[in-house]
Design a protein. Structure first.
Length: 228
């Protein structure tokens, strides 16, 4: 079972990992923005309900994936020696989180191979998103966000591995929901400031700072796993 510290860590991983979201999803957000009806884009705050709906749909998909991962992890624990299996899963999650930190910092790109594995699933889901274009209403945007949530992403996959250790489907869903909330500020700002944010995260230091902080989280997870 996750503690409040675990949920706070997931929130912060989502927030600091947002530099990856801006770099990876900037083109998607820009395309969604320019695909809105002209009368919506003409109003100063016209696009905000659509951006909020996109992201709520994305977070809903993360939450569902977290429930599946948490339920799978709980099922695996019931089939094995509980304490030993829990520790193995926690160590694996910590190592995956360390890989994420190295990836965010630009020091190692091994997670790209994991993203490519997810591409086979995405190729089956992505046509559903094309069928929802053009976006005419916030409800339409929410449905498109549900599809967007399954885009192959090393950041998301790392937290999903962590959700395997959550102990139940409910806690896995809560972990991924909290992580999704952490990504929300960066992705909402990207909707309004895509060009400026894209230029910012292309500089090396924001990614290195984010990667270093995620490595700290990984070290904490690993220490707790080994001492458990």
């Amino acid at each position: 079972m996750l503690s409040d510290i675990g949920f706070l860590s997931a929130l912060l991983v989502g927030f600091f990992g947002g530099v990856h979201c801006v770099g990876m999803c900037g083109g998607i957000v820009g395309a969604l923005t320019f695909g809105l009806p002209e009368q919506v884009r003409a109003r100063p705050a016209g696009a905000w309900p659509f951006h909020i709906a996109y992201n709520l749909g994305r977070i809903a998909s993360y939450t569902l994936a977290g429930a599946l991962a948490g339920g799978l992890g709980a099922g695996l624990l019931q089939l094995t020696e509980l304490r030993q299996a829990q520790q193995v899963l926690q160590i694996f999650a910590a190592l995956f989180m360390a890989a994420l930190g190295l990836y965010l910092g630009g020091w190692w790109s091994g997670l790209l191979y994991v993203e490519r594995l997810g591409g086979s699933v995405w190729r089956r889901i992505e046509p559903l998103g094309r069928g929802l274009l053009p976006v005419a209403t916030p409800l339409h945007a929410f449905a498109l966000g549900l599809v967007w949530g399954w885009l192959p992403c090393g950041l998301v996959y790392s937290v999903l591995i962590w959700a395997l250790t959550a102990g139940s489907a409910l806690h896995g869903a809560q972990l991924m929901f909290t992580f999704g909330l952490g990504t929300l500020p960066n992705l909402l700002l990207m909707g309004a400031l895509a060009a400026k944010l894209g230029s910012f995260v292309r500089q090396p230091w924001p990614r290195r700072v984010a990667g270093g902080l995620v490595l700290v989280f990984a070290a904490v997870l690993l220490t707790r796993a080994l001492s458990g």
